[in-house]
Design a protein around this ligand. Structure first.
Ligand SMILES: CC(C)(COP(=O)(O)OP(=O)(O)OC[C@H]1O[C@@H](n2cnc3c(N)ncnc32)[C@H](O)[C@@H]1OP(=O)(O)O)[C@@H](O)C(=O)NCCC(=O)NCCS
Length: 261
């Protein structure tokens, strides 16, 4: 068994798609998100350099890690210089799990962060790993903590060349202009974002068929999220935090925001 790790470029971007969405490529609702992510990877390549690595097991793409400097996130109101964010790691192949693939991806990235990552224009002070759980393999927070990441002020941190600096955040306060409409933020760094946006729209329409709904692309129109400090759904000037995957909870929050429950 041989594990190799490669940066994702225009050449092997389809391998990345196979890792993340290979099982759902027949689903037509995935198509816009797949195309958007491919374009996003190319745009990031042009702007800052490679921001995703794919791991291959005996030549087959099986896992990915996605990362970028915080200062390259256009919708972050308070980006910190010298901070690398790991957006996600995912080994999608059950038969390739627990064989060292995830570790190889993280080690390759941390080594580059120490030596100088092409996507960072300054020395990496520390890495922040975003940790959520998609329901397969092991949860990301458990994974990162195995390799020296520690929780600090609600962030999973690994120090590289500097000290930790806490994250300044903008809290959403209800805006007059957000009343009477829904704003769906779409992040095309993930193939599933557009699919989820469609499901969110459908669920809102099921509750309120004619309700005005606006879609915002976080990378094309970042100011809308930046000035509000929000990347999740807003309905009637209320932030909806429930995940669309939990339909019951999500619908309840939407109804609450609409004042229809
Ligand atoms: C985290 C993840 C990438 C690890 O991938 P992997 O290829 O199995 O990782 P490795 O084989 O390199 O194992 C890494 C470490 O985790 C441990 N580990 C992996 N799977 C484990 C499991 N199911 N139970 C306990 N420990 C586990 C390994 O023992 C190893 O620890 P060690 O170095 O101390 O021995 C994978 O589990 C995953 O994709 N999880 C889901 C993450 C997620 O939700 N992503 C978002 C999807 S959109």
């Amino acid at each position: 068994m041989m594990i190799t790790v490669r940066d994702v470029t225009g050449e092997n971007v389809d391998d990345l798609i196979m890792v993340c969405a290979g099982r759902h490529l027949e689903d037509l609702s995935m198509k816009p998100g797949v195309n958007a992510r491919k374009q996003w990877v190319r745009d990031m390549m042009d702007k800052v350099g490679p921001v995703v690595k794919v791991a291959y097991m005996d030549g087959k793409p099986v896992a990915q890690i996605m990362y970028y400097p915080e200062v390259s996130i256009p919708y972050d109101p308070f980006p910190r210089s010298g901070v690398l964010r790991i957006e996600c790691i995912y080994n999608s192949q059950p038969d390739a799990r627990e064989k060292g693939v995830g570790k190889a991806l993280l080690e390759a990235l941390v080594k580059e962060a120490r030596e100088g990552l092409p996507c960072m224009d300054s020395q990496c002070r520390f890495i922040v790993a975003d940790a959520f759980y998609g329901g397969e393999g092991i949860p990301m927070d458990e994974f990162y903590q195995r390799y020296g990441f520690n929780w600090m002020n609600g962030e999973l941190i690994s120090l590289i060349h500097g000290e930790y600096e806490s994250k300044k955040k903008r809290e959403y306060t209800a805006l007059e202009e957000d009343k009477g409409k829904a704003i769906i933020f779409n992040n095309r760094n993930c193939e599933y974002s557009s699919h989820f946006a469609q499901r969110i729209e459908k669920t809102i329409r099921d509750v309120a068929p004619d309700y005005p709904i606006i879609h915002v692309d976080l990378w094309e129109n970042p100011e809308e999220a930046k000035r509000r400090g929000v990347t999740s759904l807003i309905v009637n000037a209320v932030q909806v935090n429930a995940f669309i995957g939990d339909l019951e909870k999500f619908t309840a929050e939407v109804k609450d925001a609409l004042g229809t429950c």
